[in-house]
Ligand binder design. Structure first.
Ligand code: 5GP
Length: 303
């Protein structure tokens, strides 16, 4: 007779796997329903699925994806697939570089023909210390002036080259507490146990009212608060290509003392564990690719 230990785990695994499979199928069905009803745009689903293989969208077969587009039938779907030379069994997350390129061009043309307008999004860019959030955000601002990049308030001292109102609003502890009490911050947190940081609410709301996409470059505690207060916000986790590279970037920056570096790396371990809470993961191996992927997720494809 097999011992209980040898019997139980496979059963548990099978049940868990079949539950996970059902949940994944339900999630993909919701994505298709959102596409058919126009609640989500084709490019939005496409970029979510092709940028990060772990997303629900990545598990969608390209054929199902095309067939879920508004008013596309079976024969039209097969015509499109053969014109793009993409196999019906390919999943969005499994498309190669060339396939992604031809599919994106086709989807852009399709969206223009059907007058499908991208909606502005709030994208929260979070990730571990020194991963390059600031550099990626700066690249996005440089190339996409219509994106509103939120300027945070902080109680830390300015570093050389930083100016008030551009890098941060540098405020006193008292002023920060007043902003919190007055409800002026969309989210706020003490980061690395050192200083307080928060996102001023009014500029974000004003930008959205003007139809602009908004980018928040904040820490994970802040990202969690935004998820609560703005469930429609998209949470993007910026990953380093490797842990060694993260340590190298932190050392190369030369802005922290050894003690601060150790503290930041300790925080980074916990931060990396939080990546599964995010909607999408972008690897920052190369700044322009990472910046373009975040732009794709911002819903401003026509710029
Ligand atoms: P630094 O002091 O290096 O500029 O930023 C330290 C950390 O604070 C970074 O992880 C940065 O993303 C985070 N941070 C910057 N602004 C905000 C904010 O408004 N809210 C939160 N929660 N974190 C922020």
């Amino acid at each position: 007779m097999r011992s209980p230990e040898s019997l139980t785990p496979p059963d548990v695994d099978r049940v868990a796997a079949s539950r996970a499979g059902v949940l994944a199928r339900q999630a993909r069905a919701r994505v298709k329903a959102d596409l058919s009803s126009g609640r989500r745009t084709p490019l939005d689903v496409f970029y979510m699925g092709t940028i990060d293989k772990e997303t629900v969208e990545a598990g969608l077969r390209f054929r199902e994806f095309i067939m879920a587009l508004p008013s596309i039938g079976v024969s039209k779907t097969d015509e499109i697939l053969s014109s793009l030379a993409i196999s019906p069994r390919k999943k969005l997350g499994g498309l190669g570089v060339v396939q992604r390129g031809v599919a994106a061009v086709w989807l852009r043309e399709f969206s223009v023909r059907r007058h499908i307008v991208e909606v502005p999004h709030v994208v929260v860019l979070a990730g571990p210390t020194a991963v390059g959030k600031g550099t990626v955000a700066a690249r996005i601002r440089m190339n996409n002036p219509s994106v509103h990049l939120s300027v945070s308030a902080t109680t830390r001292d300015p570093r050389p080259g930083e100016s008030d109102g551009v890098s941060y609003y540098f405020v006193s502890d008292g002023e920060f507490d007043r902003m919190v009490a007055a409800g002026e911050l969309l989210e706020h947190a003490t980061v690395h146990g050192q200083a307080k940081y928060g996102t001023p609410r009014a500029p974000v709301e004003a930008a959205l009212a003007e139809g602009k996409s908004v980018l928040l470059e904040i820490d994970i505690q802040g990202a969690r608060q935004v998820r609560e207060s703005m469930p429609q916000a998209r949470l993007v986790f910026l990953l380093p290509p490797s842990w060694d590279e993260l340590v190298r970037r932190l050392n190369g920056r030369g802005t922290e003392t050894d003690e601060q570096k150790a503290e930041r790396l300790a925080t980074a371990v916990g931060e990396l564990e939080a990546q599964s809470e995010f909607d999408c993961r972008v690897v920052n191996a190369d700044v322009s690719t990472a910046a373009q992927q975040v732009v794709d997720l911002l819903g401003i494809h026509k710029e």
